[in-house]
Design a protein around this ligand. Structure first.
Ligand SMILES: *Cc1c(COP(=O)(O)O)cnc(C)c1O
Length: 326
């Protein structure tokens, strides 16, 4: 029998516990400032640089925290997951650090750099056709056959708690934030950030930011129930292509989030160029969602203290060069 998934919803306390588990293992990433963006928006912006996290994205936090909960027996059987990229690398590295086997199911059109990095961290990679096959079904079958634990990218108590530690660190370092913006795919980062805010800065208003063409979360919050959208394929934000929030994430977002706004591809490119030119940092399109949302999402942030989670920096270099050159 494979172990059962943990169906208990995470709390603010779980985020604090996760921070202890990650101490000395995940990087405490820097918080950067930029005078030019402060002047443009008439606000004070604080950038939490998870593009500089191990594996190049915040996902290492949730992955390691989830695997660190397992006992010897479960560690021996290993872990399985599905991911188009950053969660795959995160699980692969976390499994290696904890000496566990890892199997990662990736779409056959996943970015080459992400597939290669996942293999280099020591995971076995299997591919599937995202148009004709359902990744969760394949994953569940493999988990059953091999007795491996399925650790999904967002809908999991310890993954969500781990993701929340990025916001927790930011809120500890920068008190009295008025706003916090975070990118949204499956919603694990948003849910974790909401719990961290509950614990450390209850007055801070938290907004999720989705790509315009993948705004299932925004639709869900407006409708008051989970809305599932058709597979979005036409955005450069390849890390935020989820079709629906999971129930655990939706519940937390519904209760605690101020709202979800969207960003267009053009706005993401503008944000990536800003990061490269003014802040000298490489940010992937999905990693630029939070800034694009604060910049163009329609909130009046003037005079406020605004937290931005730069969620990742993994982008194939030729593709990155095209974004900067266009
Ligand atoms: C996964 C990911 C997101 C979205 O996080 P979710 O927990 O899926 O909402 C945002 N940015 C980057 C870089 C990611 O890898």
């Amino acid at each position: 029998m494979p172990p059962l998934p943990d169906l208990i919803a995470p709390t603010a306390h779980d985020v604090v516990e996760a921070a202890h588990k990650l101490k000395g293992i995940a990087h405490r990433t820097p918080v950067l400032r930029s005078n030019s963006i402060d002047e443009m928006l008439g606000a004070q912006l604080f950038f939490k640089c998870e593009n500089l996290q191990r594996t190049g994205a915040f996902k290492f936090r949730g992955a390691f925290n989830a695997l660190a909960q397992l006992d010897e027996d479960q560690r021996e059987r290993g872990v399985i997951t599905f991911s188009a990229g950053n969660h795959a690398q995160a699980i692969a590295l976390a499994a290696r650090l904890l000496d566990m086997p890892a199997l990662v199911l990736m779409p056959d059109d996943a970015p080459a750099s992400k597939m290669a990095a996942t293999r280099e961290y020591g995971a076995q990679v299997l591919t599937y056709d995202p148009v004709t096959e359902d990744r969760e079904t394949i994953c569940q079958r493999l988990a059953l056959e091999r007795g491996m634990l399925l650790v999904p990218p967002s809908e999991n108590r310890h993954v969500i708690a781990g993701q929340g530690t990025a916001a927790l660190e930011l809120l500890e370092e920068v008190p009295r934030l008025d706003y916090l913006f975070v990118g949204v795919g499956g919603g694990g980062l948003l849910a974790g950030s909401l719990l961290a805010t509950q614990a450390a800065a209850p007055l801070c208003r938290v907004y999720g930011v989705e790509p315009e063409v993948a705004n299932d979360g925004q639709q869900s919050l407006r409708a008051g129930h989970i809305v599932r959208i058709a597979l979005p394929r036409s955005t450069i934000a390849d890390g935020a292509l989820a079709q629906a929030l999971g129930p655990m994430v939706f519940d937390i977002a519904q209760r605690e989030a101020e709202g979800i706004v969207t960003a267009s591809d053009e706005q993401l490119v503008q944000a990536m160029r800003f990061f490269a030119q003014r802040m000298k940092i490489v940010v992937e399109p999905t990693g630029a969602l939070a800034l694009a949302g604060a910049w163009h999402g329609g909130m009046d942030v003037r005079g406020s203290r605004v937290g931005i989670i730069i969620s990742g920096g993994n982008v194939d270099l030729p593709r990155y060069a095209r974004f900067l050159a266009d």
